[in-house]
Ligand binder design. Structure first.
Ligand SMILES: C[S@@+](CC[C@H](N)C(=O)[O-])C[C@H]1O[C@@H](n2cnc3c(N)ncnc32)[C@H](O)[C@@H]1O
Length: 342
């Protein structure tokens, strides 16, 4: 085992100068594939950071830096590579899904991504809940590599009172893109790696990837970015209630409290997961024939779970969330609605 460890280390294109020549010829993606095959098995067994695959080759592959091999060997996905070629000094950004509250919900891929970042760009809401900030900082302290930096960016406030919702969101995204563009240019070193931490899974009601695409489209700052999926609050909701999101051969809809209030949940409605419900839209719909699986602060020590017929539980849930919001100063909750009459 020790022998295998030393052998593959020799392929790593790092110190001392000159030993990178063979790696340059076969390409960092080949080095990466070999290293992963060897190191990942060891890491899985020993959970020892020294046994993890070398970070440098992963970063080079992500940045599209494929060395001399790039002239003849296509990158593993057969395309131009995430950075579109071999541009020296390209920055890499990692958008890392961190789970929705439980530090144990960080995936191994996310932990490894934490270990690759030179700098963490933390987008904080102006009145960010302290406990949520602490959770992110604890994760960085535990999984960041020595010498990492943390830069806090204060997210611009959104005009929630604006009548024109879509325009207000658009304007907010533009200002957010300004902030991120400046931070990437000023804080992520050339050839370095920056990490943006996203609550839950970046694929669900999160704008970080849209903001990065917007920054790239402006054409002033070059970087490649990779998304690391996270465990979403929706996955935790289903797990806690020991249910599935999809019933046999049936669809499920993911929607917002605002839309639920506008559209209702009448007979024939598809099962729906409701998020971003500041106003408690579940209490505004006709509850007849509807079952609710409700969860607040999922994955945290304050978790609240309620499940049953909406007609019996709507008032109780409304009261629980009012009390909880008063006690903690904020609430994050989601629920699954399911008609039981069809
Ligand atoms: C901006 S969205 C982000 C969702 C996130 N990307 C995810 O994958 O869960 C925020 C909404 O997610 C839901 N949410 C996030 N974390 C939650 C938690 N720990 N418990 C319950 N709901 C949560 C709530 O509906 C909240 O309004």
């Amino acid at each position: 085992m020790g022998q295998a460890h030393r052998k593959s280390r020799e392929l790593e294109p790092v110190e001392p100068p000159g030993t990178g020549v063979p790696a340059d010829l076969i390409g960092p993606h080949t080095v990466e594939a070999i290293a992963r095959a060897v190191y990942d098995a060891m890491y899985d067994e020993y959970k020892e950071p020294l046994c993890a695959a070398p970070a440098l080759s992963s970063r080079m592959v992500e940045a599209g830096l494929l060395g001399r091999s790039a002239a003849t060997v296509p990158p593993p996905d057969g395309g131009a590579g995430p950075a579109g070629g071999t541009i020296a000094g390209m920055r890499t950004l990692l958008v890392i899904g961190i789970g929705a509250g439980d530090p144990d919900h960080l995936t191994l891929e996310a932990v490894k991504a934490f270990g690759r970042a030179d700098v963490f760009l933390l987008l904080d809401k102006p009145a960010e809940r302290q406990d949520l900030m602490r959770l992110r900082r604890d994760m960085i302290a535990e999984h960041g590599r020595p010498g990492h930096r943390v830069v806090e960016l204060v997210d611009p406030a959104r005009d929630r009172g604006a009548a024109a919702y879509a325009e207000a969101v658009e304007e907010w995204r533009e200002r957010r893109a300004d902030l991120v563009e400046r931070a990437v240019a000023e804080q992520v070193p050339d050839g370095g790696t920056g990490a943006l931490l996203v609550w839950g899974d970046p694929a669900l009601y999160d704008s970080v990837t849209a903001v990065l695409d917007r920054v790239l489209a402006r054409g002033r700052t070059e970087f490649g970015y990779t998304v690391v999926p996270g465990i979403s609050s929706v996955s935790v909701l289903a797990a806690r209630h020991r249910t599935t999101l999809t019933r046999t051969a049936r669809p499920v809809r993911i929607t917002t409290g605002r839309r639920l209030a506008a559209e209702g949940f009448g007979p024939g409605s598809e099962d729906a997961v409701v998020m971003l419900d500041g106003q408690g839209a579940f209490a505004e719909i006709d509850p007849a024939g509807v079952h609710i699986h409700y969860g607040a602060y999922l994955g945290t020590g304050d978790e609240i779970l309620v499940s049953g017929p909406l007609a019996e539980l709507a008032d109780e849930i409304a009261e629980l969330r009012r009390e909880a919001r008063e006690r903690k100063g904020w609430i994050m909750d989601s629920y699954l609605l399911r008609r039981t009459d069809d």
